[in-house]
Design a protein around this ligand. Structure first.
Ligand code: SIN
Ligand code: FE2
Length: 217
């Protein structure tokens, strides 16, 4: 794990850090937008509330989720899929704020993926103890587009492995305003998040918010 001595975000972004072929950490990349992103999340979840989804196997996910954009990722007993409507309301997901799409496009370009135009943003809310087990993001139709993942609030340990579930994942500490981008040879890499340690973030409180941008449709 890098940056073990530092719990605070960088004061400014410097350069992408390679973590695997085609995969990068952009530390502090979202610092200038973080406050606006958190405010926009509040507006989105007022319309499309965070909820704990069921896995196809019938387990309740510890991470609470919502979405914005044309498509939203959902899970229930019938499987994982993208849906243009929020199953709770039957209404379209809230539109993706311009500041979200702009940040995702710029982060992707910084990592070498020009022209990324996300149509889905999954909002993940981790409270202390919440985790995400190792998985691949493979429900998207365009494997040429990367994934852009923005961390806000409490620090987390991001696990980034290889193309086999059995590949031992590296552990990366992600703090407020850090961004991860993975595509190319790492597009289908297994990844996850260790159980969130308790804490109180000055901007976000006792939680971590993760925004994951995808080209889903
Ligand atoms: C995800 O894989 O969808 C979320 C990853 C994260 O929370 O950092
Ligand atoms: Fe994922």
């Amino acid at each position: 794990m890098t940056r073990s001595l530092f719990d605070e975000p960088l004061t400014h972004y410097t350069a992408p850090e390679s973590i695997a072929p085609g995969a990068f950490l952009l530390r502090g990349f979202a610092l200038d937008q973080a406050e606006a992103l958190l405010q926009a999340v509040q507006q989105i979840i007022a319309v499309a509330p965070l909820r704990h989804l069921l896995t196809p196997g019938g387990h309740v996910m510890s991470v609470a989720m919502s979405n914005c954009g044309a498509l939203g990722w959902v899970s229930d007993r019938t499987g994982y899929r993208y849906s243009s409507a929020d199953p709770l309301s039957g209404q379209p997901w809230p539109s993706m704020p311009a500041c979200f799409a702009d940040l995702a496009t710029r982060a992707a370009a910084e990592a070498g993926y020009e022209g990324f135009a996300p149509d889905a943003c999954l909002i993940n809310r981790y409270e202390p103890g919440a985790r995400m087990s190792l998985h691949q993001d493979r429900d998207e139709s365009d494997p040429g587009a990367p994934i852009v993942s923005v961390s806000l609030g409490l620090p987390a340990v991001f696990l980034f492995g290889g193309l086999q579930r059995s590949d031992h994942p590296a552990r990366w500490r992600m703090v407020h305003a850090d961004v991860a981008v993975w595509g190319g040879a790492s597009r289908l890499a297994f990844h996850g998040v260790s159980p969130l340690a308790d804490g109180d973030h000055p901007r976000a409180g006792r939680q971590r918010i993760n925004l994951t941008f995808r080209r889903a449709g």
